[in-house]
Each structure stands twice: as C-alpha cells, then as structure tokens.
Design a protein around this ligand. Structure first.
Ligand code: NI
Length: 387
C-alpha cells in the first residue's frame, strides 16, 4: 500500500498547520503557543488523553485502538525553532524577528498531528499509540526533560520512534541504519589564563592569543593522530575570544567548541586527549588552561529489530527501492538519543528534496513530504499493532 489516500487528501490541511507553526516560531522550552496549538488539535481529534506541561512544555496525546491490546508505541516530534533571522522571503515566513523554523520541526509537528487525526478517526489498531511533542530539541535536551518527568513509565511506552527531514534526499524516500545513526554531541570550554601586559613588551607577558592559537592547532591532531582512522570523530573550535584592543596582551582567552563521536570509547578518548592537549600546550607556554568537557546528547543508536520494522513500514509507504537501509551516519546530534537509551526504537530520515540545508536562513520544510511522513506514522502504528 502506498501513501494513504485519505492522508494525501488531507495534505492541504496539514500544510496549513505547518505554515501557521512556521509563522510563529518559538525557542527551546518557550514553546507555549505551539504546545497550545498541538493540545487544541489533539482535543479536536478526540484523543483519549492529553497531558500538557511534561518536561516543562511537552505535550503527550494517548490514542487507544479499537481493541484493547497491551502494546504501547510512542511516536515523537519536536516543536522548537532556532535563533536565526529567516531569509526565505516566503508569504508564511516567521513573524518573529530573529527566530525561525530552520530545522523543519514545524513539519515534524504538523505531520505527527496529521497522523494523530487519522489514528483517532480510524482506530484501526490493537493497542495504544502515544504521540509525543517535545520542546527544546535544539540544545536544551527536551527529550530528557520529558523522560525525567516520568513520561515513559506514566504512559507505559514500550517502543519509541522518531523522524527527521533530510535535505538532499529526494521527497518520497527514507533513509535509516541499524546501530549508531547520529553522533554524540559534547561541548567544550577552554579558559586560558596567561599574563597580561603591554603589547610592546611581550617578554613580560604570557600571551593568551598565542597559547590559544597553539591549542586550536594541537587539538586537530587528536582526530588525525589519536582516533583510529576507521572510527569517526570531529573536534571543532567554534569560538575564540581574547582581548579588547590592539596594544594590550590579554590576560585571558576563551575557546569553545564541540566534539562528535559515534562510539563510547571514541568519546572517552576525545574527552581525555582534549584535556591533556589543552592543559599540556598551555603549560608549555607558561600559561594555565581550565578545561570543561560537557557530555551533551548521546549517540542515537537504532535498535536492529525496530530498524528492520521501520524499513518494512517505510517500504510499504514509498516502495522497495526508495528506502535506503544502511545510510551513512551523520555527525549531527539529536536528543531522541535519550529516548533510545531507555526504550528500543528507531530514528529515520525522510527526504526533504533539494532544499537549503538544516539551520540555514533560506531553509524551508518541504510540504510535498507531508503525505509520506504522515503515512509512515499511521502505517507504523497499524502494522506494529494490527487490529
Ligand atoms: Ni532538527
């Protein structure tokens, strides 16, 4: 069975929701309008139970099938936008300066709402579907906040599934892989303390700009010389702050950045070597480096059985040859990883076509993908819990 006809017919309505959400982007946990929009729609659909305020501003809807089976499956969408000034020029562009749905979470929310509407109407399954709308995917660990609020136990969720649109993959295709599919994303801070002084008397100072530059260079050797060439890792320094003027050697410098990895042992290695190299290089120059390594989102690890199941459902929706079952992992992070640490499940990429990249000011979620993503959710529930 390809795309569900009824959902294709409804794409226009779901597109309207998507564009409404797009016009009103909200950041992190401050997704009050979006959460209210979601809760109101779920109520209108006749969801059996709607709970708001989980993980601060998350929303959960419970939809019971026509038979009272014990199986419970969680489907998750994210609701938050990004602090980016939109440059799409679209009629439904963001109405809030400096905020934008540049990761397609507007589309994710609208598609899961579309699926919830259909599931509420048809109830053609034996068990319970739990639709999860989370805040703060973009760096705020909203998924973890909902877990910490007891969501998985409270709704007896046994398996979890997630989806993200993927620019560059054609519309009407899916891509997934068993095991690690997205990276652990960690944050680093390196505070360098030297000796400030007159720029014309460098021999009386310890120059934190020079120390910082040496550290930035040396850190690149971790991936080149310490990580196994067959493993994957990223070390990026993305911020270098020092000084205020041209005749003073600054006493302090700050480096910030991110480390990415797909395996625990590589993550451990990055943390250890980053600290050793930064401190060692600082010492070499007579400076001191204070290193903070913060483990943020874990690796997104797809359960093999759940992945096989997701592949079979996706193939049913878009056709055999339009599902890539062993996509190359990406080094981006995703807090759905926390849910997959607690429950078996799978995270799938859905083609967004030839659009600007995620987090780009010209990005827009592709509404042509709506029937595919929505049908995937519905068929996943109906296939996992046949009536
Ligand atoms: Ni995203």
């Amino acid at each position: 069975m390809p795309v569900i006809n009824r959902l294709a017919d409804r794409a226009e309505e779901i597109t309207e929701w998507r564009r409404d959400l797009h016009m009103h982007p909200e950041l992190q946990y401050d997704v009050h309008r979006t959460a209210a929009f979601v809760a109101e729609k779920l109520k209108g659909f006749g969801c059996d139970e709607i709970v708001t305020g989980i993980g601060k501003t998350g929303v959960v809807g419970v939809i019971r099938g026509r038979k009272n089976g014990a199986k419970v499956i969680g489907l998750r969408a994210d609701m938050d936008a990004l602090p980016i000034e939109e440059e799409t020029g679209l009629a439904y562009a963001s109405k809030t300066p400096g905020k934008m749905h540049a990761c397609g979470h507007d589309g994710h929310t609208a598609m899961l709402l579309g699926a919830a509407q259909h599931l509420c109407e048809t109830r053609n399954f034996d068990g319970t579907a739990v639709v999860i709308f989370q805040p703060a995917e973009e760096g705020g660990a909203g998924a973890k906040a909902m877990i910490d609020d007891g969501m998985l136990g409270r709704f007896k969720i046994q398996q979890v599934f997630g989806m993200h649109n993927y620019p560059g993959l054609p519309v009407g295709t899916f891509a997934i892989r068993p095991g690690p599919i997205m990276a652990a994303a960690d944050r680093i801070w390196i505070e360098i303390e030297g000796v400030g002084g007159h720029a014309a008397r460098p021999h009386k100072s310890v120059d934190t700009v020079l120390v910082g530059a040496a550290i930035v260079n040396a850190l690149q050797q971790i991936v080149a010389r310490n990580v196994d060439p067959l493993d994957n890792a990223v070390v990026s320094i993305t911020l270098f702050q020092a000084g205020f003027t041209d005749n003073v050697i600054p006493q302090h410098a700050l480096l910030r950045g991110t480390c990415r990895s797909l395996k625990t042992e590589v993550r451990d290695l990055l943390e250890r070597r980053l600290t050793e190299v930064a401190q060692g290089v600082a010492l070499l120059h007579g400076a001191h480096a204070n290193v903070r390594y913060q483990r943020d989102y874990p690796v997104v690890v797809n359960n093999p059985d759940a992945t096989d199941f997701a592949i079979s459902v996706a193939r049913e929706v878009v056709g055999e040859g339009r599902v890539e079952p062993s996509v190359t992992p990406v080094m981006g992070g995703e807090d759905f990883a926390f849910m997959l640490q607690e429950r078996p499940g799978a995270f799938i990429f859905m083609g967004n076509g030839d659009t600007a990249n995620l987090h780009h000011p010209a990005y827009d979620f592709n509404d042509k993908a709506i029937p595919f993503g929505t049908s995937y959710w519905v068929r996943l529930v109906e296939t996992a819990m046949p009536a």
